[in-house]
Design a protein around this ligand. Sequence first.
Ligand code: GTP
Ligand code: MG
Length: 139
Amino acid sequence: PERTLVLVKPDGVRRGLVGEVLRRVEAKGYVLVALEMRTADRDLLGAHYTEHAGKPFFEPLVDFMASGPVVAAVVEGHRVIEGFRSLAGATDPTTAAPGTLRGDLGRDWGERVVQNLVHGSDSPESASREIGLWFPGLS
Ligand code: GTP
Ligand code: MG
């Protein structure tokens, strides 16, 4: 079955929402196959967000993502990439649909970069690349 990389970002960890995010993933029926808490270094984050390198929000994004521990998970299930993006909701938490993680639990805090609680890979190619970055030992 398909796999995706899910991150509970530093804002989600600081706000005590790790359990709620993982609960919704599991309640949807997806399976956790790897799980780790760590503070990512800037090299890892630069590689993770390589598609955004050079954009004006890149440095604030990396600063934010390095600001505290994240919870990284590999999640498995048929169509899980699309399914987790649907659970997460739109990038902007102010307008993300209610019922989604970002819509229910997120808001704009007026920070330099929008803090939107979670990350999910956006394609099979991204998922494979990101899982390799975050869990290099995983088969
Ligand atoms: P991720 O799960 O973090 O990858 O979010 P996403 O896939 O919904 O969005 P995307 O990959 O396009 O952007 C990554 C992160 O960069 C977002 O979560 C935002 O924090 C930030 N970001 C994206 N687009 C913009 C933008 O146009 N302006 C600003 N200020 N930040 C942005
Ligand atoms: Mg993205």
